[in-house]
Design a protein around this ligand. Structure first.
Ligand code: PAF
Length: 275
């Protein structure tokens, strides 16, 4: 196990990047790494010769009343996780390094999909995500970028951005890593009290039904869970299901105590959920 090289400035990153021959993959994170991130890093290794992990809590993707200030910051543990998982370089810039001219005047627009589902509850969130993802792709220059399917709408939008803006990088999605009771691993799980943690398992129980009404009934039976949205969309178009829909995605966002969680599964129509 070799410790990854840690760089914090653009110059250090450019220098470190020059020392990485062959194919480079990037895993972008906001830190507070967990086993789900380790799986992303190990997947990245299979697609490339070297892996760069970015650790940056991006203010641009947080709304005014969201958890930017209390977002968990665990850098030493993150580095240990990166070392165990086999990352070569960790890029951990400050806000000033990422946004040296202050809030960017020009941003990537996530378009109509960016305003639905998660975007309807978090206005501007996906513009902030895509802007930082585009910048991190420019700075790290990978051939592959690996993202988790837990943030399925983010993954769909990153793929659309890469396609629509000809960014020339392969985007690889990785299935969600779950606790034994099905709860999707998330940095925000750290906020859950023991009671919240028990209630949070209702999200995956609901999704496992693979059916909107049954899922709603599971969530309604758990008083500690307040649903923001529960929707079934066509997995290809991310719009309403049609007669041609063969694979759908069942998505949920809910608040458990003060913690907002999201999760999703893929549903092969006529079968049980698979994701
Ligand atoms: O998924 C995340 O952790 C973030 O949205 C990302 C992709 C690192 C951009 O800040």
């Amino acid at each position: 196990m070799t410790a990854p090289r840690v760089v914090t400035t653009r110059e250090e990153l450019a220098e470190a990047r020059r020392t990485l021959p062959g194919r480079v993959a990037v895993v972008m994170t906001m830190g507070a790494l967990h086993e789900g991130h380790a799986v992303l890093i190990r997947t990245a290794q299979r697609h490339a010769d070297h892996v760069v992990v970015t650790v940056f809590v991006n203010p641009l993707q947080f709304g005014p009343n969201e958890d930017l200030d209390r977002y968990p910051r665990t850098f030493d543990a993150d580095l240990a996780m990166c070392a165990r998982a086999g990352a070569d370089v960790v890029f951990a810039p400050t806000v000033d390094v990422m946004y040296p001219y202050g809030d960017p005047l020009v941003r990537v627009s996530a378009g109509p999909l960016g305003e639905r589902l998660e975007g309807a509850h978090r206005p501007g969130h996906f513009d902030g995500v895509l802007t930082v993802v585009a910048k991190l792709l420019q700075l790290t220059r990978p051939v592959v970028a690996v993202f988790g399917e837990k943030d399925a709408q983010q993954l769909a939008l990153v793929k659309a951005m890469v396609r629509d803006l000809d960014l020339g990088v392969e985007i690889v999605g990785v299935p969600t890593v779950r606790e034994a009771d099905g709860l999707a691993l998330s940095s925000r799980n750290a906020y859950l009290s023991p009671d919240d943690r028990r209630a949070a398992s209702a999200l995956h129980r609901a999704l496992s039904t693979g059916e909107l009404q049954e899922a709603r009934a599971v969530l309604d039976a758990e008083p500690a869970v307040t649903v923001d949205y529960l929707e079934l969309v066509d997995d290809e178009t991310w719009t309403e299901m049609s007669d041609g829909t063969t694979i759908a995605r069942l998505l949920v966002a809910a608040r458990v105590g003060t913690t907002r969680l999201i999760d999703n599964v893929s549903v092969h129509l006529g079968t049980r959920p698979v994701g």
